[in-house]
Write a protein that binds this ligand. Structure first.
Ligand code: CO
Length: 209
């Protein structure tokens, strides 16, 4: 009778409600999947950008490493230079060269001078370089060095400079090779350290013997 009909209606309603709930759940699930997809795409983009940045940094690091290797190679070959045309001069934790006279034989085509810092102080505090100039250019070249700073090895921009090593601190060395033909007859050549305040105490004569 009526009770059975009512029960049947109730069952129909329940089934419809269940179907609606299922639909809603499906819609919600689809929406969530779309959102997740967008989020995943955004994450992938960010990861791509990060990967690009890492690759760029890796590239820069490779360039720096190549330069370091090239530098090491050139200083190795300079350090390996031997014989009468390869001269060595030292300086330590005081503003003083180990010698005030350097001389190369007239037979040399190229002359290599290696400056060895035998001290321990860093180059910002007790840096040394070896700069070869005609005697009458000493003051100007020393004066022009200050503005160049440690980054510029305290070597002035001056065409009269015949040769200049890098700036070294404790435990470091630097070499420079120049042609004997760069030296003019009848000119007195002097070497000096152009670290600020050093050149009066750190200088010597350079001659061809
Ligand atoms: Co010095």
């Amino acid at each position: 009778g009526d009770a059975v009909d009512a029960a049947a209606d109730a069952v129909d309603d329940a089934v419809e409600t269940a179907a609606d709930v299922a639909d809603d759940a499906k819609d919600a699930a689809m929406g969530a999947m779309e959102d997740a997809g967008e989020a995943a795409a955004a994450v992938a983009d960010a990861a791509g950008d990060a990967a690009d940045a890492v690759m760029e940094e890796a590239g820069d690091a490779m360039d720096a490493a190549k330069e370091a290797v090239a530098g090491a190679t050139s200083s190795d070959s300079a350090a390996a230079a031997e014989g009468p045309c390869a001269l060595t001069i030292e300086a330590g934790d005081a503003a003083q060269f180990s010698t005030t006279e350097l001389s190369a034989p007239a037979s040399c085509t190229d002359i290599t001078v290696t400056l060895v810092h035998t001290g321990t102080l860093p180059k910002v505090a007790m840096g040394h370089n070896w700069v070869l100039v005609p005697e009458d250019a000493m003051g100007a070249v020393a004066g022009g060095a200050v503005a160049k700073g440690v980054e510029g090895n305290y070597v002035a921009d001056d065409d009269r400079i015949v040769a200049a090593t890098g700036l070294v601190g404790g435990g470091e060395s630097s070499s420079v090779t120049f042609s004997a033909s760069d030296l003019e007859d009848g000119v007195t050549y002097m070497y000096m350290c152009t670290f600020p305040g050093h050149y009066i105490a750190m200088q010597g004569t350079f001659t061809i013997s």
